[in-house]
Design a protein around this ligand. Structure first.
Ligand code: CMP
Length: 138
């Protein structure tokens, strides 16, 4: 079983969509094995998205990600990283396939409802950012 880090973003929690989005994961065979609701500080968002620090959208992205509550979660399943990316759809909701989370609930490329790790290696780092081993129910 593989693990991946998922974040339900502030645009989606503000619209009370956490449960609706969680059911997409579960209906598609992913298991939520850790989950917490929190609000990041700007400094924490800067750290989490550090790989994007040279991008034009970095500051705006970090402002947005610290602007409201998020739900951080560990998803587990066969090929969880790839499967979650399929369930989420393309980064820009306008390009995401019908039936994906971003197509159905994303509002823009920044307010795109969910984040998911893009590789198994990054998943490990991102999971460790939010969760201790004790909090993950393998
Ligand atoms: P996420 O999966 O959280 O990873 C990085 C985020 O940066 C991405 O989703 C988008 O929300 C955001 N992003 C990527 N490209 C752009 C862009 N061109 N303009 C604004 N935000 C972007």
């Amino acid at each position: 079983m593989q693990k991946t880090l998922s974040i339900i973003k502030p645009d989606a929690t503000a619209r009370n969509l956490a449960g609706t989005i969680n059911s997409r994961f579960e209906q598609n065979g992913l298991r939520i094995i850790a989950q917490k609701r929190l609000q990041l500080t700007k400094a924490q968002a800067n750290k989490f998205y550090e790989v994007h620090k040279d991008k034009a959208f970095y500051d705006s992205l970090c402002e947005f990600m610290s602007s409201g509550q998020i739900v951080a979660q560990v998803l587990s399943g066969e090929d969880a990283v790839t499967k979650n990316r399929e369930i989420m759809g393309a980064t820009n909701p306008a390009n995401a396939e019908i039936g994906t989370i971003r197509r159905d609930f994303g509002e823009s490329i920044e307010h795109n409802a969910v984040h998911g790790s893009d590789s198994e290696e990054n998943a490990e780092t991102e999971i460790a950012f939010f969760f201790s081993g004790l909090e993950i129910m393998e």
